[in-house]
Design a binder for this molecule. Sequence first.
Ligand SMILES: C[S@@+](CC[C@H](N)C(=O)[O-])C[C@H]1O[C@@H](n2cnc3c(N)ncnc32)[C@H](O)[C@@H]1O
Length: 222
Amino acid sequence: MLPRRLKELFYRCAGLPMFMNGVFYRYFRAPRTGLVKVHLGPGQKKYLQGWLNIDANMFTGKCDVWADLRRPLPFHNATVDAAYAHHVIEHLPNLKQHFRDVFRCLKPGGIYRVGGPNGESAMKMFVAGQPDWFMDFPDKRRSIGGKLENFIFCRGEHLTILTTSYLAELMEDAGFQNVRTCLPTRETSRPDFFEDCLRIEWESDFVHPHTLLVEASKPMES
Ligand SMILES: C[S@@+](CC[C@H](N)C(=O)[O-])C[C@H]1O[C@@H](n2cnc3c(N)ncnc32)[C@H](O)[C@@H]1O
């Protein structure tokens, strides 16, 4: 993992060119018709074939569109069928704006599968005194409090705590409906869209999943 200061420097230097690249893509290259599936933040190893993969990191990973997810997404209104973000939104500073923007890009009936570190499971496991549930990434900690902090904030990379009710609030406020939680790697309401995504997800505890995932749709009449 890159040190936080180096990342901050990267975003400071690359922020403007990334923004301009996003604007250029939106107005000159973004699809206006056809099936459009958008994968936000594939990272180094989760590139999805058949999806438009968007990331700020085009150096150690592979992406189709180099763009900053803190800025408006590089797509026209109501042109996207499915959006997917796995362990990405907790890095974004303005989730209200993010969900509104994904909603804007989705077609009526379009669906967003989104999630990240499961704050709910983490708090339950902390209260239950289960240190083994926590992972040693990015840092190894001895105490359960340290493990909780490590999981939730990830050396300062994560800016928020994800829980079901918070995600539902954000999504409903943006206009989404039918918010439902899904087990990573196992459940989706739209296998026709998200089967590929289930294959790249990871989970070892299906009672207290490490990843909180939800799916919600844009109403047909919007
Ligand atoms: C923790 S990785 C997750 C990668 C992958 N989705 C997975 O589940 O393994 C977060 C990814 O989001 C990307 N990301 C974070 N903030 C971003 C931003 N503001 N703009 C574009 N990409 C961003 C990072 O570059 C990184 O590839």
